[in-house]
Design a protein around this ligand. Structure first.
Ligand SMILES: Nc1ncnc2c1ncn2[C@@H]1O[C@H](COP(=O)(O)OP(=O)(O)OP(=O)(O)O)[C@@H](O)[C@H]1O
Ligand SMILES: [Mg+2]
Length: 591
């Protein structure tokens, strides 16, 4: 699904592309950078102030210095605090804006992506791009900016101050710093490896638990509790193990770094106290030197770790850009129809889901005149759902032509084409909203309650809606879990009635319902099909008997077509299907 240009983008290209998102906010950026530089300067001045503090206040007891130093401390911390606030706020503001833009673009892209894209990605993957990847990019970039600029300046500044104080001693520090840097680098690359494994094991933890949460009924009925507990125990254990590795690395690295620092410090103290040195160095400059030395450690640590964080950010940015670069649904059409008459013609349609696989549909031709009902029957997997979904251009046909009112559907604007179609699917989808909003879903204008009630009545749904605790205002729950299967179907039918499109595609659910619900739904469907061209994948005998034409599918081909009586008289495929299934089980022929 990501076989496009963004996979091949180099890190540099990714930076530049990210930068275009931050560009509009450049004034805030410049101000933040200045604040960062000021902040670094206060760091260095903290080390520097130690010298007059010790020499002036304590050794020389100079009254001016004694008065000034406390004020200087206060001043430094006020400046530092303001600079820090401006940096955090400024960069945070930019980052939040960039996140919002990126998220918005990703969402807009998601909505325009073709069905084939969704076939190949899981909701979990897409959600994590939208939720985590974007945050990760922004964090990595802001951190990188702060760390690289602030810490580099701080380190260089502190080193320069040490050299200024005493060249010989500074030389020792210049030798220890690379050792510590290397050590931290090694440790953090180990951290990175482990944290990748932790991420994966967290993925397993969430994957297994979400499966159990969503499939709690299956787990119970299949008695799979122990199996799931064992499965979870494994990933839980794995997660603990990785965490412990991380913890151990951290626990051991701290003392090692401290030890090396102390070695350096001891060497500094030793050298500073040899008689020749003692003459050159004042207590103040010594304290100032040691302070600078300790202060260099933290920025050094951050600087050596930043690469790992940046790599994560780049990986996340790559995943975001891959999504943004996906091709939206092709929509080359320019023609529009106001309201189609509903004349549908399939001419020698071939179709396969992937270029590499064999055809799912072969040479499909039929003609539905305005207002007619065409029923499709055939074994499960024979291609019925695929066939009708091509009309709404969910997939691009491989060969042949579909005409609507004599116009090739590829020449129609996609939105215009889909306006002509009401779709009641095999799997009913309801939104986590009220009954009323589910019925009026997709209507751009305000729909009155009267219209909604009329549609609900026509769909034979009003009886049960009236009895719901809040009537039309009742929340249906995620995907309508709070309703029964038959009630969900009738809501979907009410939605289609309100939409009032000239073409109806009906992919009947195979689930059998009790005869009362069945009668209700049958009656609702009849209302819905009136005055519309209907392509129905039928599992109900009555729908099929009344159809103007029945098309019998087998392995992606049309093997028979005709009316119920004609096909029965032919005594072949349909007659067989009919005698096998409709006699004993009038509702379900497809499984
Ligand atoms: N999104 C998809 N990607 C790849 N192959 C698919 C996809 N959807 C369906 N198929 C394949 O296409 C064939 C036809 O499937 P289709 O859903 O059209 O059958 P159907 O006649 O509607 O079956 P049923 O009566 O069970 O609903 C099947 O072999 C199926 O595996
Ligand atoms: Mg189907």
């Amino acid at each position: 699904m990501t076989s496009n240009s963004s996979e091949k983008m180099s890190a540099g290209q990714i930076y530049r592309r990210l930068l275009t998102y931050a560009k509009p906010y450049w004034p805030a950026f410049v101000i933040s950078i200045i604040a960062i530089i000021i902040f670094s300067a206060t760091e260095i001045s903290l080390a520097a102030i130690m010298e007059p503090l010790v020499d002036g206040s304590f050794v020389d007891r100079d009254p001016d210095t004694i008065r000034l130093i406390p004020l200087a401390f206060i001043g430094i911390f006020i400046i530092r605090g303001i600079a820090n606030f401006i940096t955090t706020y400024g960069l945070g503001w930019i980052a939040r804006n960039v996140i919002k833009t990126l998220r918005g673009q990703m969402f807009e892209r998601l909505i325009t992506l073709p069905a084939s894209f969704y076939d190949q990605s899981t909701p979990g993957q897409l959600m994590s791009k939208l939720l985590y990847d974007v945050e990760q990019v922004a964090n990595a970039v802001t951190d990188a900016i702060i760390v690289v600029i602030r810490d580099t300046i701080t380190i260089v500044g502190l080193l320069a101050w040490m050299i200024y104080l005493n060249g010989t001693l500074a030389l020792i520090i210049l030798l220890t710093v690379p050792i510590i840097a290397l050590l931290i680098y090694k440790i953090s690359s180990r951290f990175r490896r482990i944290s990748k494994m932790i991420q994966e094991s967290m993925g397993d933890v969430s994957h297994i638990s979400s499966e159990v949460i969503e499939g709690h009924r299956e787990v119970k009925t299949f008695g799979a509790q122990q199996y799931e507990i064992n499965r979870f125990d494994k990933v839980n254990q794995q997660n603990r193990r990785q965490r412990m590795k991380m913890l151990a690395t951290d626990a051991i690295s701290q003392p090692i770094i401290q030890f090396i620092t102390v070695l350096g410090l001891s060497l500094v103290i030793y050298l500073a106290t040899v008689p020749e040195m003692l003459e050159q160095i004042t207590p103040g400059s010594f304290i100032s030197f040691v302070t600078a030395m300790f202060m260099i450690l933290t920025p050094l640590k951050r600087l050596t770790k930043i690469n790992g964080k940046l790599q994560q950010g780049i990986a996340a940015a790559q995943s975001i850009f891959a999504l943004l670069d996906e091709q939206p649904e092709p929509d080359m059409g320019s023609k529009t129809i106001d309201r189609a008459r509903g004349d549908i013609q399939y001419n020698n349609i071939n179709f396969s889901y992937h270029a590499s696989t064999s055809n799912v549909l072969e040479d499909i031709s039929f003609h539905a005149k305005p207002g007619q009902t065409i029923a499709f029957v055939g074994h499960s997997g024979s291609g019925k759902t695929t066939l009708v979904s091509l009309l709404a251009r969910f997939y691009t046909i491989t060969g042949g032509q579909i005409l609507l009112d004599g116009i090739d559907i590829n020449d129609l604007k996609l939105t215009n084409l889909r306006q002509q179609i009401s779709l009641v699917n095999q799997q009913i989808v309801l939104f986590n909203d009220t009954v009323a909003n589910n019925i009026s879903y997709g209507h751009s204008q305000q729909v009155s309650n009267e219209q909604i009630i009329a549609a609900a009545k026509a769909a034979h749904a009003w009886d049960f809606i009236e009895r719901l605790p809040d009537g039309l205002a009742t929340q249906v729950g995620q995907n309508g879990v709070l309703l029964s299967g038959g009630q969900r179907q009738r809501l979907a039918i009410a939605r289609a009635i309100l939409r009032d499109a000239p073409i109806l595609i009906l992919d009947e659910a195979t689930a059998s319902l009790d005869s009362k619900a069945e009668r209700h739904i049958q009656a609702a469907l009849e209302t819905l099909m009136e005055h519309r061209t209907t392509l129905v994948i039928a599992h109900r005998l009555s729908t099929i008997e009344n159809a103007d034409q029945i098309i019998v599918m087998h392995d992606g081909r049309i093997v028979e077509a005709g009316t119920h009586n004609e096909l029965l008289a032919m005594g072949q495929h349909y007659a067989q299907l009919h005698s096998q299934q409709f006699q004993e089980k009038p509702i379900d022929i497809s499984s």
